[in-house]
Design a binder for this molecule. Structure first.
Ligand SMILES: Nc1ccn([C@@H]2O[C@H](COP(=O)(O)OP(=O)(O)OP(=O)(O)O)[C@@H](O)[C@H]2O)c(=O)n1
Ligand SMILES: C[C@](O)(CO)[C@H](O)COP(=O)(O)O
Length: 234
């Protein structure tokens, strides 16, 4: 069965609690300008004409999502996420597979609200060069050090071939569902979709993405994300 990269379903893992943010609510519901982080992220995905469906994985006790203006969008579907990000992605993949097993999925963190259509288009457009899938990524710019447990430098790592993995990450739904399911069953540590594909022997492509596509993780990321979003709206 040939997957069809022209049929695209977005998956948004949004079931985290934002412990590193230390806020009074999950970080995806913190405000950036006029709306929440998750609302910004959903606006970008819901407005992209190549994306037919957006599946959001929510925490089982989520009480915020239903207040979002985007909550009633016809393209949106909801699933209950899991204990780790990868479990939430797999729950959404189960749902998406039932909708259209020939689709490709674009998995994007709720916590990355600064994504732009130009990067989505670059990633979708990479499918001929990377028929097994690809991810947005940014080449490392700084000198990279490895440390010991006490925080002392043990070595300098060659940065020539090092990249920051970003999202979206774009794969055929059938191979991602199979490889992620098997990797999790094998208790492999999976922090992004590409690592599950790599575990299965796939070599995903790297597509150069904007460095302002940051993941809002710590409190000092909020001001930067707000600046990037205001720039995108100019
Ligand atoms: N069980 C989980 C954990 C995380 N995520 C989502 O995965 C994305 C990236 O995860 P991260 O930035 O680590 O978010 P949190 O897990 O919420 O943050 P923390 O690790 O600080 O708790 C976020 O959009 C988060 O909502 C998820 O859907 N399900
Ligand atoms: C998927 C990801 O954003 C790629 O860099 C990252 O792995 C998520 O890590 P987190 O610890 O779940 O935020």
């Amino acid at each position: 069965m040939q997957n069809n990269p022209k049929s695209i379903i977005a998956i948004v893992p949004a079931a985290g609690i934002g412990s590193r943010m230390g806020a009074d609510k999950p970080k995806q519901y913190l405000m950036l300008g006029q709306q929440s982080i998750l609302a910004h992220t959903l606006d970008v995905l819901l407005s992209h004409t190549d994306i037919s469906q957006v599946i959001v994985a929510l925490h089982p006790q989520d009480q915020h999502f239903k207040q979002l203006p985007q909550a009633t969008h016809p393209k949106l579907s909801l699933v209950i996420g899991g204990g780790e990000r990868a479990d939430s992605v797999l729950a959404a993949l189960d749902y998406a597979l039932a909708i259209n097993p020939q689709a490709w999925v674009l998995v994007h963190d709720a916590a990355r609200p600064c994504l732009r259509h130009e990067d989505i288009n670059k990633l979708i457009g990479s499918v001929e060069q990377h028929p097994q899938g690809a991810i947005l990524a940014a080449p490392v710019r700084d000198t990279m050090k490895r440390s010991d447990a006490s925080g002392q430098i043990t070595s300098t790592v060659d940065r020539a071939l090092l990249w920051h993995a970003l999202t979206p990450q774009f794969f055929p739904i059938t191979s991602l569902h199979r490889n992620l399911s098997q990797a999790l069953a094998a208790k492999v540590s999976i922090t992004d979709e590409a690592s599950a594909m790599e575990w299965a022997g796939v070599r995903p492509g790297l597509v150069n993405g904007r460095v302002d596509n940051i993941k809002v993780t710590h409190p000092d990321d909020l001001q930067l994300a707000a600046l990037f979003i205001s720039q995108a709206q100019q």
